[in-house]
Design a protein around this ligand. Sequence first.
Ligand SMILES: NC(=O)c1ccc[n+]([C@@H]2O[C@H](COP(=O)([O-])OP(=O)(O)OC[C@H]3O[C@@H](n4cnc5c(N)ncnc54)[C@H](OP(=O)(O)O)[C@@H]3O)[C@@H](O)[C@H]2O)c1
Length: 242
Amino acid sequence: MKNENKMNYDFSNRIVLVTGGTGALGRSITSAFIESNATVISSYVVDREIESLKKDSKPILQLVKADVQKEDEVEKLVSDILGKYGRIHIVVNVVGGYLGGKSVWELDEKIWDRMMTINLKTAFLISKHVVPQMISSKDGKIVHISSKTALKSSGYDSAYAASKSGLIRLVESLSEETKESNINVNCIMPNAIDTEANRTAMPTADFTKWVKPEDLANVILFLCSDEAKVITSAAIPTYGIG
Ligand SMILES: NC(=O)c1ccc[n+]([C@@H]2O[C@H](COP(=O)([O-])OP(=O)(O)OC[C@H]3O[C@@H](n4cnc5c(N)ncnc54)[C@H](OP(=O)(O)O)[C@@H]3O)[C@@H](O)[C@H]2O)c1
């Protein structure tokens, strides 16, 4: 969808990796970077209908299949991009997922492991493999997607809340480790996003109170711009004002 409120950033000559770039939020982020003239590599894992994203885009979008839960696939993803473009300037890691509804004593170990893997391990692996070339170039921006739930659980979401909370500590640690190298590492903390999946899961909710993917994309582009060069190690509340 065209983002009418987009700031006029110019990311020409910037190579941007959006992991999970074909999901609900990822599509908006991918589109916003394309509209800002970035070269975007958008990764996904499930073969699905991605033709509309391809159709809407200029030839500066490349879609790559990679399961970022697996270190060898992350390594290959990063080295293939570096082989083709020479640099990755910006990484927005949108990969994540939610499984909730169970108390701690009802929670299956597999769900716990799934949340830790999809929300936290993926962020670790992506960060681990993109940072060395950013340190060499003394230039880089990384944004992860945490959640409001990272700060305060409402119950019945322990695995998700703990994984998104852990992500904030990962961001802080990486930020401290890279701040001398002119690398900004931040995350945003959305509340419910206005996605088709959420509308289907919560049909009686007031959708007008949910934050729009395009508005989150605007915050992310700002964090990846020179205007935000003094922001690092932040977990930014992006709850909307509804
Ligand atoms: N939706 C919300 O209300 C909400 C609220 C707070 C935070 N968040 C966070 O925001 C982010 C985006 O949420 P969303 O609603 O846009 O989710 P989504 O539509 O399910 O998108 C998730 C993306 O992650 C990708 N992905 C999943 N497993 C992967 C793997 N192993 N390797 C590579 N990619 C993988 C998916 O790829 P495929 O398309 O190939 O499956 C998809 O592109 C997530 O981190 C989520 O936790 C969402």
